[in-house]
Design a protein around this ligand. Sequence first.
Ligand code: IMP
Ligand code: MG
Length: 189
Amino acid sequence: MRQVTSAQDAGRGGDRPGSGKPMISAARIKRRVRELGREISEVYADIDTPLVMVVILKGATVFAADLLRSLSIPAELEFVRPTRNRSGAAQRGRLRLAHMVAGSLVGRHVLLVTDIVDSGITVNTVANRIGRLGPASLRIATLLDRKAHREVEVQIDFCGFVIPDRFVIGYGIDHAGLYRELPDLHSLK
Ligand code: IMP
Ligand code: MG
């Protein structure tokens, strides 16, 4: 069935975002994610419980799925789902967690996995919340680091790529809910 919403139209035809030269190709992402997997496996080689990967929904799902399969250590999967309040003057922009991890993190080694660190507020807020749940350690892995608009300091332990000040889509990362299926990363003009 032909859908006619403007968002769908934006995804069709020759000027579809993602039809041009990628910012970072799927092949390059694959190589880098494998390296990260090796790095992470080395850092956590001696822990005596499985690593807990806490994935920030939705943008980090594709990255996390590949990263998970690049690990040579046991790992569990948990998810958090931050949402931003769009209404109510006092609450505007305030981040809340629509879903929090299901299992206990007490004494566990936690790796927070995110798609992109921009202002740093999302990952920082989630890290603070996770930190209160008593993990033995907490580190952050991000596919992308865009430093141009950082508002809060974030200590990134594992980073795929540092990128310039461009909005990106693809490899799980969306614009208005679309383009997550693109295998490469593209900048949106
Ligand atoms: P921060 O809270 O400003 O660091 O923003 C991080 C979140 O904003 C990411 O997890 C993404 O969901 C979203 N985001 C930031 N930059 C981009 C982008 O270039 N493309 C798509 N989503 C983005
Ligand atoms: Mg988004």
